[in-house]
Design a protein. Structure first.
Length: 401
């Protein structure tokens, strides 16, 4: 909902909004928020709300501020209508009010602006898979149904849940275009229409929140883990990027090659958990293809689809890195390799991905100042995850992702 500041405050009064969630995304891909009373929001706009840098990078000690952005308001339709609750995404600032160097929203916006300086505009569409499980008090994870790909009711018992999610998303101002049952028991997919990159990233974060809350209200729970069940299909986050503008066909080819050359460096951010590699398993070649066995597909002259990211990522950071790599390809006029020409595969483990990323000066330049803190937090997370033995414990570990 694209409100000015005055319209934002009018909305709060007219809709009896009592609480406002100041929302942001940390570097590990988790949605975070601080709730404030609507009566205190004027002060939040004026002075910001203080947080510790641990909320962003996982390593504390630096004081930061959340600064609400009035145009990024979303109603939370699953909350009570009396004393309503809304969410507003926030920029992250230093205590003196200057932008924080690694605010994920700013990192992405900067890359989009640099791409625009080349006469190009980008749109991003997301396709997101997730599982729905029964919440019956059992220790294991029991899928909500036993249906398969594109199944119909009554076999597809998730149909009503997807409908409720889509209606909630529309109430929030988001624009899903289709949904269906996926291959796994209890597995679903919801796709969104293309939007500008920043909007697509914010929409994805709110989408995950909507799915989890709607499922909770219906006596189930949702998981965006890349592979919550051993032996069942994995869940991915497909990102389709469309370029338009000056000589977009040639630019898209160079963009794709730029991304492929940086793909291994980006992987630990696109697939940041131990569980991510239970899905990948070195099955994806770092190439593009007309089939589903490669990390990238190219449609027509100007649509580049990345197939390997998963929903545990920070989508702002991933898109920022993808656009930085693609722009590098455009500026250097990289020639796109032949389809299916590479035998190089993605990593077998998060440890390998992080060790590779640790050596990348290109990544350090894009995440100046916080890079080592972020990698350290990633390492701590996969060590903790590696000590988990049961499926349900793994789910509980990933609940806030």
């Amino acid at each position: 909902m694209n409100y000015s500041k005055s319209e934002f405050f009018d909305f709060l009064v007219e809709n009896d909004v009592k609480f406002v969630k100041l929302t942001f995304c940390d570097f590990l891909g988790r949605q975070r928020n601080i709730s404030v009373l609507s009566s205190q929001l004027e002060d939040a706009f004026e002075h910001g709300v203080a947080i510790d840098s641990a909320a962003i990078t996982g390593v504390g000690g630096v004081d930061l501020k959340l600064k609400p952005v009035s145009s990024l308001l979303s109603v939370l339709p699953w909350r009570p209508h009396a004393g309503r609750v809304v969410s507003v995404f926030c920029n992250i600032a230093n205590m003196d009010g200057t932008p924080y160097v690694c605010d994920p929203m700013v990192l992405l916006a900067d890359q989009v602006q640099k791409l625009g300086a080349l006469g190009l505009k980008a749109q991003v569409a997301t396709e997101c898979e997730f599982y729905v499980f029964k919440d019956d008090g059992t220790e294991g994870l029991v899928p909500f149904d036993t249906a398969d790909y594109c199944a119909c009711s009554p076999y597809d018992k998730c149909e009503n849940l997807r409908r409720d999610v889509i209606l909630s998303l529309e109430d929030m101002g988001l624009k899903p275009i289709s949904s269906h049952h996926e291959r796994g028991n209890g597995q679903n997919e919801i796709d969104f229409e293309s939007a500008d990159p920043s909007a697509a990233a914010r929409n994805f974060m709110m989408f995950k929140s909507a799915v989890k809350n709607v499922c909770a209200l219906n006596g189930t729970f949702a998981s965006f883990m890349p592979r919550p069940l051993d032996g069942s299909p994995g869940s991915g986050l497909h990102l389709s990027i469309t370029l338009s503008g000056d000589n977009s066909a040639a630019a898209s080819a160079a963009f794709a090659e730029g991304v492929l050359r940086r793909y291994k460096e980006i992987t630990c951010f696109a697939n940041p958990t131990l569980n991510s590699y239970k899905r990948l398993k070195k099955n994806y070649k770092i190439s593009y293809s007309v089939n589903r066995g490669a990390a990238m597909r190219i449609f027509g002259d100007n649509v580049v689809q990345l197939r390997t990211p998963d929903s545990t990522c920070n989508i702002f950071n991933v898109l920022a890195l993808v656009f930085a790599a693609g722009r590098e390809g455009i500026e250097n006029k990289f020639k796109l390799r032949a389809a299916d020409s590479s035998t190089d595969c993605l990593f077998a483990s998060i440890e390998e991905a992080i060790d590779f990323a640790d050596k990348s000066e290109w990544l350090r330049a894009n995440f100046a100042g916080v890079y080592d803190d972020v990698l350290d937090s990633m390492r701590k997370r996969y060590v903790a995850e590696g000590k988990i033995s049961s499926e349900r414990e793994r789910f509980d570990f990933h609940m806030d992702i």
